[in-house]
Design a binder for this molecule. Structure first.
Ligand code: FAD
Ligand code: 2HG
Ligand code: ZN
Length: 480
């Protein structure tokens, strides 16, 4: 291993390889749930240097863990604790290579943050629509590798729906240049889509070409108090039918989420309720009449009783305050006790049933637990999170958390849902994927993995369980 590190140091130069003493931030995940060790952390400055580094690692059978902004929520970017894996960070691959307002595309390196893409697009009077609370740190490569969703997926889709082309360094160090920006290209398998959502198990995305959309110049935000789960769905159905494609976000918050946010000093502009809906409408036409439309729509909903109260933001500042109730949830819940995340999706029609059944079950069986569901209701993607009090102690909380998670995932699957909607599988959900997915589907995924990464050296133990042979060779040190 020392020899490999020496060769990598010579190739990359000392400032692009981080020794373990300084690597703390690369060895644990954002939530502090997973901690690992590594032989070293590489930060190559170019695709070519990254490719050469991977060739050196490949020759020596060294395992690789790709890492972007390290904001992932399922432990996918954290190395194991053998100290033998090499973390490859895209931190120095940050260039925005091209913004093309005619083609409506942007080509950027994988380590550029989602916010940097948004800013570059805005400078060219266009919009990169992917958006979520960690966008200031999460990278383009990470967003693609996890197929991130976020608040605007209801209108523009998840990361893979915006993907036009890709540059990838394969496990053996070869570079695939598929950086095309074509809107139509039927030339065989859509290989780029294999790497989207692959969570670092097939190679390292070094750059991507993404779609842009027209820059919104009109924006309205409203927050509504709603009495029942069915009314949440009813509100969304009516808005979708009336708003003519102007809905950029439709987010659900349970009463418990808003109470948690209030405890942290945030204010809700509407009366207290069991459920809330946040709506954002946007348009690229300044005179789109969004405000008049939303005012009339909310008045009708107050009159027909489908909402109990509503506030339409009157300034950019008020829009921000409303959004904070939603976007601060991850931070607020992290502080509130032991938080157990369940990033799930069900068919949209099943969202009320999902919320009701989970509440009834958790309330009856786990009196210490607080259900704090929120999320992207327009996509049927609810973060069905649960908080257990710190006073329970780590061991009891972990045991109860396991039981709670099992019952939530069982309910989700019985409703035709998925156990991961947008965060991925990483390390946290490997067993869950194996237990809930069709064996044929899993077999196909394993074959794809083996055909691109035949040594199994890319992000081992993520997405798939380590195979018995891999476990044996790792234990006996053969992978050194
Ligand atoms: P990392 O965490 O570094 O890596 C994530 C995975 O991708 C790992 O498996 C890693 O190996 C792999 N990877 C990273 N870069 C590459 C690359 N260049 N090539 C190949 N593989 C790579 N996610 C959502 O979908 N929607 C949300 O609304 C959302 N909100 C969030 C809010 C907060 C506060 C936080 C902390 C996280 C949130 N996330 C959300 C999760 C996370 O931000 C996203 O998954 C994000 O896309 C991860 O990007 P990253 O650069 O941090 O990736
Ligand atoms: C969001 O929608 C993210 O804000 C994070 O996906 C969800 O904290 C969570 O559970
Ligand atoms: Zn989310």
């Amino acid at each position: 291993m020392n020899d490999v590190i020496a060769r990598l140091r010579e190739l990359l130069g000392p400032d692009c390889i981080i020794d373990l003493a300084l690597a703390e931030g690369f060895l644990s995940d954002w939530r502090g749930l997973f901690h690992g060790n590594a032989a070293c952390v590489l930060r190559p400055r170019s695709t070519d240097l990254l490719a050469q580094s991977l060739r050196i690692c490949h020759e020596s059978g060294v395992a690789i863990v790709p890492q972007g902004g390290n904001t992932g929520l399922v432990g996918g970017a954290t190395p194991d604790n053998t100290g033998l894996q090499v973390v490859v960070s895209t931190g120095l691959l940050r260039k925005i290579r091209k913004v093309d307002p005619v083609d409506m595309s942007i080509v950027a390196e994988a380590g550029a943050t989602v916010a940097e893409l948004q800013n570059a697009a805005a400078e060219a009077r266009a919009s990169f629509p992917l958006s979520f609370a960690s966008e200031g740190t999460a990278t383009l490569g990470g967003a693609l590798a996890t197929n991130a969703g976020g608040i605007s997926a209801v209108r523009y889709g998840s990361a893979r729906d915006l993907l036009l082309g890709m540059e990838v360094v394969l496990p053996d160090g070869r570079v695939w240049n598929g950086l095309r920006t074509l809107r139509k290209d039927n030339t065989g398998y859509a290989l780029r889509q294999l790497f989207a959502g692959s969570e670092g198990t097939l190679g390292i995305i070094t750059a991507a070409a993404m779609k842009l959309v027209p820059l919104p110049v009109a924006r309205e935000v409203a927050f509504c108090a709603v009495k029942t789960e069915d009314q949440v769905l009813d509100f969304w159905m009516k808005l979708r039918a009336a708003a003519e494609g102007n809905v950029r976000a439709i987010e659900y918050l349970s009463g418990s989420c808003v109470e948690l946010a209030k405890r942290e000093g945030l204010r809700s502009p509407v009366e207290k309720a069991d459920h809330y809906v946040l709506v954002e409408l946007t348009s690229s036409r300044p005179e789109a009449g969004l405000k008049d439309f939303l005012e009339a729509f909310l008045t009708d909903r107050l009159e027909d009783g489908s909402i109990a109260d509503a506030a339409l933001a009157q300034s950019g500042e008020q829009q921000k305050q409303i959004w904070r109730l939603r976007e601060d949830q991850t931070e607020v819940q992290k502080k509130a006790g032991y938080d157990f995340k369940h990033d799930v999706a069900v068919p949209v029609a099943q969202v009320p049933g999902l919320l009701r059944r989970s509440r009834a079950h958790i309330g009856a069986v786990f009196p210490d637990a607080t259900l704090v569901p929120f999320g992207h209701v327009g996509d049927g993607n609810i973060h069905l999170n649960v908080i257990l009090p710190a006073a329970l102690g780590a061991e009891r909380a972990a045991e109860q958390g396991r039981q709670i998670s099992k019952s939530i995932y069982d309910i989700v699957v019985s409703l035709g849902g998925t156990v991961s909607a947008e965060h991925g599988i990483g390390r946290a959900k490997v067993d869950l994927l194996e237990s809930k997915r069709d064996p044929v589907e899993l077999d196909l995924m394993r074959r794809i993995k083996a055909s691109i990464d035949n040594e199994g050296s890319f992000n081992p133990g993520k997405l798939f369980r380590l195979s018995r042979t891999e476990t044996r060779s790792r234990k006996s040190g053969l992978s050194e």
